[in-house]
Design a binder for this molecule. Structure first.
Ligand SMILES: [Fe+2]
Ligand SMILES: [Fe+2]
Length: 386
């Protein structure tokens, strides 16, 4: 942890409230120029070190099942392990270009009704849009893979830092799940797609903040509630629209694990939050807001435009006007908002997070099913699921 981060944590421990600039580095959440100014400049980087100061906690209370819901989840997780190498039909042929073309045809063309006159893509024909679709898929699956590594590392940290034995047991099964998820996305990229992308700068900022925070419950909030909540929605969306059978099945397997992971976060934090003060809950709200904004920012796919040789600033603002774009962006929050509500985070501290989620345009999801309610249905054996 850097000195500045320690100061920041100390300041928050004093109960000081932070504004948008302090939380997300800009005043206006929708300031596109500021969002696009955050860039990954070290594309050739092979490793990335993050320092973290936290206590590794031993417990001498070995009573299994003291927290029955966590224990039930642990038993479920042990029965739900699958093998990434042998349980999926890896011999499926994947034609990326044909899938891009079919997807565009099903959705009314590459651009639908967006007017790109005067932008660098105005002269693009089918060949460029197909290439863009292929790169966009490479980018999306690459970011899934990096996010999965974030989950692997964060959950290993939870095994060390959470004080309850039932939670350590459960988290240990999640570490194995996440290793498998990194493995499947990496294999899919290598065997079926056509190139990897480095981690998006916004996603990396978020993962760095989650792993650097010394408080165990912040790891849960950042990873199990926010990142995995968004992943569950994103995988669900892609599972619904993709016509590629291998990817469809792969996502179904991963989703059955992810729903358990999000439920694990909700169950653990519900108990912990019951003992927190309003000022402490406000810090959790700020962290949830930061995570929400960082995840929204990453979906601009700046790196894809760079690769296509187009300045993202010249085209992203125009493409963002497409109505279905906003719908897609918002649907990603369909799991996060109800789970934050279940944890009491929307209305704690005078409803600060409710106000922020209203500004982001996602508060409408507050009464959707939370993952504690729906995870059972996602737990059916993936092999039997469609
Ligand atoms: Fe995962
Ligand atoms: Fe997960």
């Amino acid at each position: 942890m850097t000195e500045a981060m320690r100061d920041d944590e100390a300041m928050r421990d004093d109960g000081a409230m932070r504004d948008n600039a302090a939380i997300i580095g800009r005043d206006d959440v929708n300031d596109l120029a500021a969002i696009m100014a955050v860039r990954n400049t070290d594309w050739g980087e092979r490793r990335h070190d993050v320092h973290s100061d936290y206590d590794t906690v031993f417990t001498w209370d070995y009573e299994k099942g003291a927290r029955p819901k966590l224990d039930k989840l642990y038993e479920k997780a042990k029965r739900s392990q699958w093998n990434a190498q042998t349980d999926l039909p890896w011999d499926t042929e994947v034609d990326q270009e044909a899938l891009v073309v079919a997807n565009a045809a099903a959705n009314g063309g590459f651009l639908r009704d967006v007017d790109v006159t005067g932008t660098p893509v105005a002269s693009w024909g089918d060949a460029e849009w197909i290439q863009f679709g292929v790169e966009s898929q490479n980018w999306t699956l690459s970011q899934f893979m990096h996010g999965e590594q974030g989950a692997l590392v964060c959950t290993a940290k939870i095994v060390e830092s959470v004080p309850w034995v039932d939670a350590k047991y459960y988290a240990a099964t999640q570490v194995m799940d996440e290793a498998r998820h990194v493995e499947v996305f990496s294999k899919y990229l290598d065997d079926k797609l056509s190139g990897h992308y480095p981690i998006n700068a916004h996603l990396r900022l978020l993962l760095d903040d989650i792993i650097a925070d010394s408080r165990w419950d912040m790891t849960y909030l950042g990873m199990q509630i926010m990142v995995e909540g968004l992943a569950l929605a994103a995988f669900g969306f892609m599972h619904q629209i993709t016509t590629e059978p291998l990817l469809k099945q792969l996502l179904r397997y991963v989703m059955s694990d992810e729903s358990r992971h999000v439920a694990f976060g909700v169950l653990s934090l519900q108990e912990h939050y019951a003992g927190l003060t309003s000022a402490e809950l406000r810090e959790r709200q700020e962290f949830a807001f930061e995570a929400a904004v960082r995840m929204r920012d990453r979906f601009l796919q700046q790196e894809v435009w760079d690769k296509m040789g187009v300045d993202p600033k010249a085209v992203v603002p125009v493409l963002l006007q497409a109505p279905e774009r906003e719908m897609f962006q918002n649907i990603l929050f369909s799991k996060i908002v109800p789970n934050c509500k279940k944890l009491g985070l929307l209305d704690a501290a005078d409803g600060w997070l409710r106000t922020k989620f209203t500004e982001l345009g996602v508060i409408g999801f507050e009464d959707w099913a939370d993952t504690g309610e729906e995870y059972e249905q996602l737990q059916q054996a993936p092999a039997q699921a469609s």
